[in-house]
Design a protein around this ligand. Structure first.
Ligand code: RAM
Length: 883
């Protein structure tokens, strides 16, 4: 192994040159990326001890933090004595708990950090960042308002209030939430660039409110606030069987605007009986079916000053204070991201006008149109065309996914929905006035604001498309909650899918806030007996709970987040839920065997239609259940160790032994054959360490043989797939793992890619070789579960591995394992310490590897074939070895 940082390559000379120039003018050490509870400058922090993180930037190799100093103030100028300051030795830089005097509610705190490193450098103070505390329940003085009479209309009500502010504004903060969805406008402008507020939570347990700094939105003198409400998840159609009004039948608004004047006095504008309401242009909207908007019903200027209220505006009705627990937001908002131009407008064989955007995405189409008043434009959405080239919507089941716009005869308008989203690549347009042109249409992807953290590319273009499809599966299904699919009449937070995909998701994007928010609902919707629902938030029946591989989300995702982000707090917060789940399984087990209940099993595994010779890869459901019983117990045990819960460590270690013993006596012959001779059976038994050590290698051999028996094809479903290649790699079958990954014929990951997929499909054969479809009852073309292979791709191909004992990539193992026909691969991961990079190329028998390690972290680099190892600190390194 050559250790080449003094290697005089062109790149290195350039690097030295740049660093020399910088050193003369700037600091060698600086601090950046300040976050509070994983978020940048959050405005609704509820935690009494919010946790602060920062990143070190240094050009000097092997840099570690040796001390930090935090100061926190209630003024941006830090003019007053610091509210809290702390100076500590050590390398702690991630999720450091605030430990000062009690924080007041609705207060803004400014903070900054400086650090020292092991080379004797001291950084300058970081740029000042802030966080704001939320409202405590007694701070709420606003009243819930709704429409007069019963809220029986499908149309979206508008609410408005005019008011005067008598003095110059120092600061203004708005606290808003709704039962339903809301879109707020201030003085004629939409507030914020997000959608679907207040987000979807288990509304019966908690309802989020959003906080806005609206200092610049209001003026001394006349002002107007207007808000419209939609049905959303609260009142609209959600769940199965045309279910509506799951959470309630009355949409309502709660808004509190707190103003501080420059003279120090305060004023509060609340939703109360002074507000007025009428109906707006949205005739109907719901998540599955789309929105109908009649531009003729627009009320010009309704959300702005100088509007004269007509008699149509009626006084609102006040609702009694509810029991719902209002909470600040702990995750990201949903907003617009990538835009897609229309690629092609064409007539299908059935004579319909269809537009192709080239990417299956989630969001909607913005349509520019002008026409005679009353002209109705209908936009229908589909993921695929059928074999004949026709627009195919049967797989949407009962979801209409249709937006309708009625134009008002005025100037051209850009139409888009407000309270719904669609999953589509194609749209069908009916009734468009005039000739439809490509530039009249733009598709926009709408998803939760998660920073991209991972990049991954190889020399294999099919694999790169697979990575693209995994990322788009994530974007399309991370819309406030992790959904199984974004298009048909489902779009639910299926727990099995989420646990299968979570670790991959954490490579691609920063999902810390997103999952932290959702896990609160996993706890909240967990049944009193500890069972975990199939979907969270749970809009199905109470009894729809307790499936192995689904309920285990309660233990798996907290652990994944701990490993990826070093977040011990998430383990603390979720520990009771983790424990309740494991105890639930114990309570329904007999003789330590989980042999009861109803389970989805290895969902959507390989099962040929003409299965005459038993090729279907059916794995016994209770056998699977037992493996997840062990896995969840292991995750709980891991958490108990991290949290120093010694009694639990003892208790669950003993339980785990029994679970494994019971598994073996129930499912393994003396020779090591498992009761179900499937890939998933061997994968789960090996991944979760259920077999005695001396029986593992033979089991791995059986697995490899099984793969060969199917002609190098996988046969796994939702539960086996995430671990299949991991197990093969771990037991020395890296070549078999690559054979599976690079397999292009069905069933495989690349089969859909070859069939033109731009997202991950729900089923291995969503579109069959002859172009026909799988059953329309369940055939989503945007379903992330099988995208769980991404975790293996980052870990094995690129070789970026977390270390459980040093979570958050405080320590990282870089161990790329080239294979297949790959000649190069490159990945980066933005961790909580900074960027980790692993990039390799094989040239003329030499394996060349470039590695970056962020400051305040360490890496162990293991080169393939030679297996030579080296420990390194932060910096950029180049390695070469014979290959
Ligand atoms: C369907 C979907 C979903 C899965 C459940 C069990 O609704 O395929 O992804 O988790 O079934």
């Amino acid at each position: 192994m050559k250790h080449a940082f003094p290697k005089p390559t062109a790149g290195l000379i350039l690097f030295l040159l740049i660093s020399f120039v910088m050193n003369t003018s700037a600091q060698k050490l600086s601090v950046t990326g300040l976050t509070v509870e994983h978020l940048t400058n959050p405005l609704s922090v509820d935690d009494p001890n919010p946790r602060l993180s920062w990143k070190l930037v240094s050009e000097v190799q092997n840099t570690m933090q040796t001390a930090y100093e935090i100061r926190l103030s209630t003024t941006a100028s830090f003019s007053k004595k610091a509210f809290w300051s702390v100076e500590k030795k050590g390398d702690e830089s991630v999720l450091v708990s605030y430990a000062g005097p009690a924080l007041a509610s609705k207060t803004k705190y400014y903070w900054q950090v400086r650090v020292k490193d092991n080379h004797g450098n001291t950084s300058a103070w970081s740029p000042i960042q802030y966080f704001q505390t939320g409202l405590k329940s007694s701070d709420w003085t606003a009243k819930w308002i709704t429409v007069p009479g019963k809220d029986s209309l499908l149309a979206s009500p508008l609410f408005r209030k005019d008011f005067k502010l008598s003095k110059t504004i120092q600061s203004a903060t708005a606290y808003i939430t709704a039962k339903g969805l809301y879109e707020a406008h201030i003085n004629g402008k939409k507030l914020g660039d997000h959608y679907f507020a207040p987000g979807w939570t288990s509304y019966k347990n908690h309802l989020q409110y959003q906080v806005y700094d609206v200092t610049k939105s209001f003026n001394k003198g006349d002002n107007t606030i207007g808000v419209m409400l939609g049905d959303g998840w609260y009142k609209g159609r959600i769940g199965f069987g045309n279910q509506r009004q799951f959470y309630g039948d009355t949409r309502a608004l709660l808004l509190q605007l707190e103003i501080e004047y420059t003279d120090g006095t305060k004023e509060i504008i609340n939703t109360d009986n002074s507000w007025k309401t009428t109906n707006g242009p949205i005739l109907a909207s719901n998540i599955y079916d789309g929105e109908t908007y009649d531009a003729r019903l627009e009320i010009q200027g309704w959300d702005n000053i100088k509007y004269k209220e007509t008699a149509n505006w009626k006084p609102v009705r006040i609702l009694p204070n509810g029991t719902e627990k209002l909470v600040g937001m702990s995750g990201p908002m949903v907003s617009k991201h990538e835009e897609f131009k229309a690629l092609k407008i064409f007539k299908t064989p059935a004579g319909e006008t269809v537009v192709d955007f080239g990417q299956n995405l989630v969001g909607w189409v913005m349509v520019k149109a002008k026409g005679a008043s009353g002209t109705k434009i209908t936009i229908s959405h589909a993921e695929v065309l059928d074999k004949a080239g026709n627009f195919y919507t049967t797989n949407l089941r009962s979801a209409k996914q249709q937006n309708t716009y009625i134009v008002n005869g005025g100037a051209p308008q850009i139409f888009e929905p407000h309270f719904t989203f669609q999953g589509f690549r194609y749209v069908k347009i009916q009734g468009f006035p005039g000739t439809l042109k490509l530039e009249d249409l733009t598709a926009v992807a709408v998803y939760s604001d998660m920073n991209t953290t991972g990049t991954f590319a190889t020399s294999n273009t099919l694999l790169n498309q697979l990575q693209h499809n995994i990322q788009w599966g994530q974007k399309g299904n991370f819309v406030d909650v992790p959904t199984d699919c974004p298009q048909r009449d489902e779009r639910l937070g299926w727990t099995g899918d989420a646990q299968a995909f979570a670790s991959t998701a954490a490579y691609n994007m920063d999902v810390s806030g997103f999952f932290t928010k959702w896990l609160k609902d996993v706890s909240a919707d967990q049944l009193p007996n500890g069972s975990v629902p199939y979907v969270v938030p749970n809009v199905l029946n109470e009894r729809d709970a307790g499936s192995a591989g689904w309920g285990d989300v309660a233990t798996i995702i907290p652990w994944d987040l701990y490993v990826a982000y070093g977040d011990k707090g998430i383990l603390e917060a979720q520990y009771p839920s983790m424990k309740k789940w494991v105890d639930y399984i114990s309570s329904v087990s007999q003789n330590n065997l989980w042999n009861s209940g109803s389970h989805f099993g290895d969902w959507l595994f390989y099962r040929p239609n003409d299965d005459n010779d038993g090729r279907a890869a059916v794995t016994d459901k209770y056998m699977i259940a037992q493996t997840f019983y062990a896995h969840s117990t292991q995750m709980l045990l891991n958490a108990a160790k991290v949290l120093n819960k010694t009694e639990d460590v003892e208790k669950y270690s003993a339980l785990l032994k029994k679970i494994k013993k019971a598994y073996v006596s129930e499912n393994m012959t003396e020779n090591g054959k498992l009761a179900s001779n499937t890939q998933t059976a061997y994968v789960l038994a090996l991944q979760f360490d259920l077999l005695p050590e001396n029986m593992r290698q033979q089991a791995a051999e059986r697995l490899a043989r099984n793969v060969k028996d199917y002609g190098n094809h996988l046969t796994t479903g939702f539960l086996g797939t995430p671990y299949l290649c991991h197990v093969l790699s771990r037991f020395g079958y890296q070549d078999v793992a690559y054979d599976l990954l690079l397999q292009e014929s069905y069933p495989s990951w690349l089969y859909p890619v070859k069939m033109g997929a731009t997202t991950i499909w729900e089923r291995w054969d969503g579109i069959k070789q002859d172009g026909s479809f799988q059953t329309p009852d369940m055939n989503s073309f945007n379903h992330y579960a099988y995208g769980a292979i991404g975790d293996w791709m980052y870990k094995n191909i690129a070789g970026i591995n977390p270390v459980q004992e040093k979570p958050g990539y405080k320590a990282v193992v870089i161990s790329p394992k080239p294979g297949g026909n790959l000649t190069s691969a490159s990945a980066t991961l933005e961790t909580v310490y900074g960027t980790v990079k692993s990039s390799w190329v094989i040239q003329e028998g030499i394996f060349k590897l470039d590695v970056s390690v962020p400051a305040n972290a360490k890496a162990r680099v293991i080169l393939p074939k030679t297996n030579k190892e080296e420990e390194i600190g932060s910096g950029n390194y180049h390695f070469e070895s014979k290959y």
